[in-house]
Design a protein around this ligand. Structure first.
Ligand code: GDP
Ligand code: MG
Length: 169
């Protein structure tokens, strides 16, 4: 069991040594429970992903969307790109946008998506940049690691156990 799109079905396939369970890069690929037989009388049950009940705060929702744990189209791809841009700025990684060979990438999402659209030839019939298409490109490139590694969570050091004794030698 686990949240969507973390590799549950892929792990079962790896253990089974064959591709019995359907896998894919978006959440909701596994729609039904499916028993998969391994050797030696062991069966594994593949299940659709489960989410923590209740509502999540806005930022957690966006983080899960960027990782394809919540469907991106449900949240809005432009909105997700805006959060991705915020994360690139916050982590001092705007230079990763050099992937698109854009001179002076804009730091507002409307401007940036127009630049990506032009760089990738996504132009609507009237000649306007297709920002929707550009947002899909940006999100896919992030997922594929083409914009570098970006940790979305705030990483806090784990507290040390109270009874820990450190002996310096
Ligand atoms: N990089 C990487 N990708 C993985 C790994 N395991 C699964 N994936 C990919 O993650 C995506 C989701 O995998 P899937 O098995 O369908 O996840 P599920 O929804 O939890 O069953 C697929 O595109 C897999 O190819 C892994 O160990 N490393
Ligand atoms: Mg699955």
């Amino acid at each position: 069991m686990g949240v969507p799109n973390v590799g549950k079905s892929s792990l079962i396939n790896a253990l089974a040594g064959k591709n019995r369970a359907k896998t894919g890069r978006t959440p909701g690929v596994t729609q039904h429970q499916q028993w998969i037989k391994l050797a030696n009388d062991i069966e594994l049950l593949d299940t659709p992903g489960i989410m923590v009940p209740g509502s999540l705060d806005k930022e957690r929702t966006l983080r899960l969307g960027l990782c394809h744990i919540i469907k991106q189209k449900l949240l809005g791809t432009t909105y997700l790109c805006e959060y991705l841009l915020y994360q690139l700025i916050k982590n001092d990684k705007l230079d990763k946008l050099s992937h698109y060979k854009i001179e002076n990438p804009k730091t507002d999402i409307t401007g940036l998506l127009a630049q990506v659209a032009e760089a990738r030839g996504c132009i609507k019939p009237g000649g306007e940049p297709d920002s929707e298409q550009a947002s899909l490109i940006l999100l896919k490139d992030y997922s594929d690691g083409k914009l570098g590694r970006l940790i979305l969570d705030e990483a806090e050091p784990a507290p040390l156990p109270e009874d820990l004794n450190i002996i310096w030698v």
